[in-house]
Design a binder for this molecule. Sequence first.
Ligand SMILES: *Cc1c(COP(=O)(O)O)cnc(C)c1O
Length: 361
Amino acid sequence: MPTPTIELKPSARPLPEAERDAILADPGFGRHFTDHMVTIRWTEGRGWHDAELVPYAPLSIDPANMTLHYAQTVFEGLKAYRRPDGSVAIFRPESNARRFQTSARRLAMPELPVETFIEACQTLVRQDRAWVPAHGEESLYLRPFMFATEVGLGVRPAGEYLFMVIASPAGAYFQGGVKPVSVWLSEDYVRAVKGGIGAAKAGANYAASLLARKEAEAKGCDEVVWLDAVEHNWVEEMGGMNLYFVYGDRIVTPELSGSLLPGVTRASLLTLARDLGYSAEEGRISTKDWRRDTESGALTEVFACGTAAVITPVGAVKSNAAEWTQGDGQPGEVTLRLRKALLDLQTGAAPDPYGWMHELA
Ligand SMILES: *Cc1c(COP(=O)(O)O)cnc(C)c1O
């Protein structure tokens, strides 16, 4: 089926520059949205159609919309950065486009062509280019998503969907220096199980995570670490981020178990770390390994990685049975080095030997 062309219907009244600047002075995360959005519809028998860029606005939803009842919805998250020369580039959009297809397939939804996904992101960033912040680690966060629009309470894959992209300016994740998080090892709740939807970027995974998050907060921790659903022993990921374990100059990330989310940041660090001289591998880490290797001093640092925060150090760990400080509780040297290397590449402060940055055409 041909890729639909995105028709431009821009806003007659974009936010005045002074108001936009006031937002960009302190954008936070996911609080403010740009002037436009892209929408593309899919209908059974017809495929993708009615691709448009329109003013950002609320949707009107039928109470019997299938997504509201059965959660047939998937999303992505990626960032556009402004480089020192003023140009704007998006980090690895084809990786997100491919993952979006994998997520859609798992939820019995139609797969948006990779080029259409990228074109939708590019069209929005091009139109709302003035919203791409210009300082340091700031970025324009893009949120592509798709959900069933068919109306009805019968349980089956819907025959109509809406794909959208919205954008939100994002400030530096850490204000005033990188701060380690404390984590709670969730032994009572699980996020996902092999054969389930844990490897898909689906809103339902987040719904499943919220009670454990409340539990973590009640234990005085910032984030939840998910363990495998069968043995409650193997470390999977942290909140909405993947994990890395630093053993001196060897870094290890939990292997793709079928239930954890294959992060683009995780994959990028496997490549980047090797080129910086580390050995970087996928493996299995148990909670016992984590504690024992920390106490022996072999496991020097632990960090989490994902699009929103890029890299976040883990400073303290707590479970039903134990509690320990990671290293000296401060951000580690390898963590900070990898964080800087990846951010430098993304913001254009350093060259991009991999062709990861997708410049706006
Ligand atoms: C999105 C996400 C990640 C990180 O993926 P990135 O592509 O690096 O942003 C990790 N875990 C979960 C559960 C996620 O939803």
